[in-house]
Design a protein around this ligand. Structure first.
Ligand SMILES: *Cc1c(COP(=O)(O)O)cnc(C)c1O
Length: 388
């Protein structure tokens, strides 16, 4: 069968192979500890679920406005003002089927064939593939453990060519947990303004921070950076709502209008009653977020203690999200071999770094119970010792 040429460029998800095997092993009764999941292990807070149930009962079950329920767009605008010092009106916001869909919409409306998009590595798996689906060309900027997986302003400046359209910034980062400091964000904003490119700031983990780390949105640095910024975010990670599929894009009106047109011909509005859950998430107490972050912080410390005690394995301290990105090069294994052997012999599932553009690393998620972390990290340590 001949499929569309645009698929030729797309890499199948390498993370899936290990994950599929881990799930098959679990089904067969093997006691697999999974550090590979990319979502909170908590249930959605009760008041958010209740708001969606009420909306269902009130008949919020029909088509709604393509760009989202006005009440939700208003709640998002208020949140961006209060939390991020970003001034957006309702017309600057489109509600999308998750943060992933908001980025996909953006690529569709912003990129022409051949347009370059600067992406620091390690990157979230979908960024380069989305760019390619839209006909763009990903330009990958490598980082090292020594730079804490951060790019420098000069690196960004040098990567920009006359074809550069967009820079994708993700802080806190999936997969590394890295967080740019406010000063570092200001320095990157300067380059964005100087070179007059767009920046999309994927802020989906902005609330999941540790040890006093601060999140500054690049759009809040100056009026000039605001003009060139697009915000992509959502409810999945902060409120344990991954299955709800609610996210948003905030941007200058022409971009939102265009994204609404694309969305109007593809998915239409996000599930109406799910949007009412999202309204409840923003309009009520944020204590549920604090509690989840507190639990993540404790797990992070436990996992870090195991890693610090493991000779040969290095990992810059992560200040956000719920991932650790470990350099495993001293074991002599490439990431896919490492993850596969660890799963086969010690029944611990991880995500090979090659999926994120870093073949000498693996990603561990600590969005799992302390019991699992103790058990899994004990096995992980045994495996690493056996390889040294
Ligand atoms: C999870 C995630 C998203 C979006 O997830 P949705 O479930 O689509 O809201 C976006 N960016 C990064 C880096 C993520 O990890």
């Amino acid at each position: 069968m001949e499929l569309a040429a645009r698929l030729g460029e797309i890499t199948p998800s390498l993370t899936l192979a290990v994950d599929t095997k881990a799930k098959a092993m679990k089904r067969e009764g093997v006691d697999v500890i999974s550090f590979s999941v990319g979502e909170p292990d908590f249930d959605t807070p009760a008041h958010i679920k209740a708001a969606a149930v009420t909306a269902l009962e009130q008949g919020k079950t029909r088509y709604g406005p393509v760009a989202g329920e006005p009440k939700l767009r208003e709640a998002i605008a208020n949140k961006l003002q209060t939390d991020n010092q970003l001034c957006y009106g309702v017309d600057n916001i489109i509600v999308t089927n998750g943060g992933k869909h908001s980025l996909y919409n953006l690529m569709m409306v912003l990129l022409n064939p051949g347009d370059e998009v600067v992406i620091p590595a390690p990157y979230w798996v979908s960024y380069p593939e989305m760019v390619k689906l839209a006909g763009g060309v990903p330009v990958i900027l490598p980082t090292t453990i020594e730079s804490s997986f951060k790019i420098s302003p000069d690196q960004l400046r040098q990567a920009i060519t006359p074809k550069t359209k967009l820079f994708i910034l993700n802080s806190p980062s999936n997969p590394t947990g890295m967080v740019y400091t406010p000063d570092e964000i200001r320095a990157l904003a300067e380059v964005v303004v100087e070179k007059n490119i767009w920046v999309v700031s994927d802020e989906i983990y902005e609330k999941i921070l540790y040890d006093g780390a601060e999140h500054l949105s690049i759009g809040a640095v100056s009026p000039e950076s605001y003009d060139r910024t697009i915000i992509s975010s959502g409810f999945a990670k902060t409120y344990a709502m991954t299955g709800w599929r609610v996210g948003f894009l905030a941007a200058p009106q022409p971009i939102i209008k265009a994204a609404s047109m694309v969305q109007g011909h593809s998915t239409s509005n996000v599930c109406t009653f799910a949007q009412y859950g999202a309204i409840a998430a923003y309009e009520n107490s944020q204590d549920c977020v604090k509690e989840m972050v507190k639990a993540f912080a404790e797990r992070r410390q436990v996992m870090l203690d195991y890693i610090d005690a493991m000779p040969g394995i290095t990992c810059p301290k992560p200040y956000g999200a719920f991932y650790m990105f470990l350099n495993i090069s001293k074991t002599g294994l490439k990431s896919l071999d490492f993850s596969n052997t660890l799963l086969d012999n010690h029944h611990v599932a991880t995500v090979p770094g090659v999926a994120f553009g870093a073949d000498d690393c693996v990603r561990l998620s600590y969005a799992t119970s302390l019991d699992n972390i103790h058990k899994g990290m004990t096995r992980f340590t045994e495996f690493v010792q056996s390889q040294m």
